[in-house]
Design a protein around this ligand. Sequence first.
Ligand code: C5P
Length: 236
Amino acid sequence: MPTQQHRPQLAVALDLPEKQLALALARQLRGTVPWCKVGMELFTYAGPGLLEELSAMGFSVFLDLKFYDIPNTVAQAVKAAAAAGVNMLTLHCQGGERMCRAAAEAAAGVSGQRPLLFGVTVLTSFAPGEMPGIEASPADFALALARQAGPWGLDGVVCSGHEATAIKASCPGLRCLCPGIRPAGSAAGDQRRVMTPALAIAAGADYLVVGRPITAAPDPLAMARQITEEMASAHT
Ligand code: C5P
């Protein structure tokens, strides 16, 4: 079994269309889920002030805007995220070496706590053959990008659970953060490379990201607890 660097942690994706809805859900999950993920939908509705509010509630804050731009622009955005107290953020590995190194240098230069940088490899919504212009399988392409991520200064990569074992074996020290998590019986929706919490932990995931299975559950707290228990029993 691949080794996780610490006890795997759960992030809830607050993919909601309104700040007060997100805060209400966060209040329910406080004490059960350590990380709140703010992605492009909620960030665009609520703005950066929400990040500080979630921090003040005691959450670790994960800003998932998947930066992909010229190196200078990404570096400045990383500084802005760090100033807002973000603990973790995403950028695309496909932005390449100069973009990723610029992001890592910007993160290293912040005066407060340095945010963790995670490089998106292949979106979990891609099925084999769906990536435009890329012949490689999602598994091969994700692994090829992950091999560069550490040398380029990133702390980890975003990948599906299906790629985590190979990435952990090939890239010691690199952390894997896995979306596309679906407890047994949950609808996959637009996701294609999905895995249960237990299998993703067994595959070596360090962080699981779960959105709709929690946000759309009749009882989000009960679902978060169920996922947390499944993660704990899979992490031996
Ligand atoms: O609702 P669901 O559990 O599918 O949400 C997954 C979350 O993870 C979404 O917020 C999505 O933007 C994000 N994500 C992803 N695949 C990636 C990177 C991020 O699904 N490769």
